[in-house]
Ligand binder design. Structure first.
Ligand code: SF4
Length: 315
């Protein structure tokens, strides 16, 4: 990788922006082309946007190129230098924790850990964590770096940026997702997850199948029928009658002494742990509630919008 060992902040920033967009092998020719056209941050800031987009061409997601150009313009007006600390870098538009940590540690030697997907996996296995939060991983990675680089801890005389790259490389080449090479791993003696490494971190849960629900909107000349909801999530709010599971529609119709209802459409809604696919039916029935006078859940608002868009004349 041409940016390996690089300490020029602009080049590090450029490589990180490119790596957010594409794989290493594809990023390399773009990196070279960018530097040939815009060798410095100032040169990039003074270039026409069109020229920048032309070099970016083929990478897709042009907003990233526009943001990089905007950032270079702002910084070249302010003297052409990137700020030196993680926290200052984080203030720049378009720079997230990963890029800020990469530039701060690799260019300026700040002891801040870069956490990408590889590092997250290494840390999770090292600590035998199944579901660590991003903050837990970042804190642990920072702590680890602080310890190994401190004279009283590991005492390693390593540049923070090199430590970060080493950890990323460990995840990319040794502590790989399937069949990690624990036998040849340089940190195996410290690793708490090495007896069953693939348990850490836990695989992301597959997106669950949505629960099928039926909602019945009863529309009368004076309003709609609403019910006060119960339960932990929607309790206290008002909404349309709903049932889930087999026979949901006949049960709903039975409750209101109806023979049939007309399907209007489908509404999808996600709660934190549950996804719903709601088939919305409507029928005529004397009803008096005005939905704007009642607190409705977001799900019921979606149903109302669907009905209003299709049956405006009836409400
Ligand atoms: S010992 Fe195995 S699981 Fe632990 S860090 Fe090394 S490769 Fe990963």
């Amino acid at each position: 990788m041409p940016w390996r060992g690089e300490t020029d902040p602009y080049r590090i920033l450029l490589s990180e922006v490119l790596l957010q967009q594409t794989r290493v092998d594809q990023a390399i020719p773009y990196y070279r082309r960018f530097l040939a056209e815009f060798p410095t941050l100032e040169a990039l800031g003074q270039a026409d946007l069109e020229a920048v987009l032309e070099v970016w061409q083929g990478l897709g997601y042009y907003a990233r190129a526009r943001n990089l150009h905007k950032l270079a313009q702002a910084l070249s007006r302010a003297g052409g230098q990137l700020p030196r600390t993680y926290h200052e870098l984080l203030q720049l538009p378009g720079l997230g924790p990963y890029t800020a940590a990469a530039v701060a540690s690799m260019a300026f030697g700040e002891r801040v850990a870069v956490v990408d997907g590889n590092v997250r996996r290494v840390i999770a296995r090292w600590m035998a964590w199944q579901n660590p939060s991003p903050k837990q991983v970042q804190d642990e990675a920072d702590e680890l770096m602080a310890v190994v680089l401190s004279p009283t801890g590991g005492g390693l005389e390593v540049f923070p940026g090199d430590w970060n790259q080493a950890l990323m490389e460990l995840g990319a080449t040794v502590c790989i997702p399937k069949n990690p090479r624990c036998g040849g791993c340089p940190v195996a003696q410290f690793c708490q997850g090495k007896t069953s490494p693939e348990r850490y971190p836990a695989a992301k849960q597959r997106l669950q199948k949505p629960v099928e629900v039926v909602a019945l909107v009863l529309v009368g000349p004076q309003g709609v029928h609403l019910e006060l909801r119960e339960g932990r999530i929607l309790g206290g709010l008002w909404g349309f009658p709903m049932e889930e599971g087999a026979g949901a529609l006949p049960r709903l119709l039975g409750r209101f002494g109806l023979e049939a209802a007309e399907l209007v459409g489908t509404v999808r809604h996600a709660f934190t742990h549950r996804k719903l696919r709601v088939q919305v039916y409507w029928a005529n029935k004397d009803a008096r509630e005005q939905p704007e006078n009642r607190p409705l859940s977001r799900l019921d608002r979606k149903i109302l919008e669907l009905i209003q868009s299709q049956r405006n004349a009836l409400l």
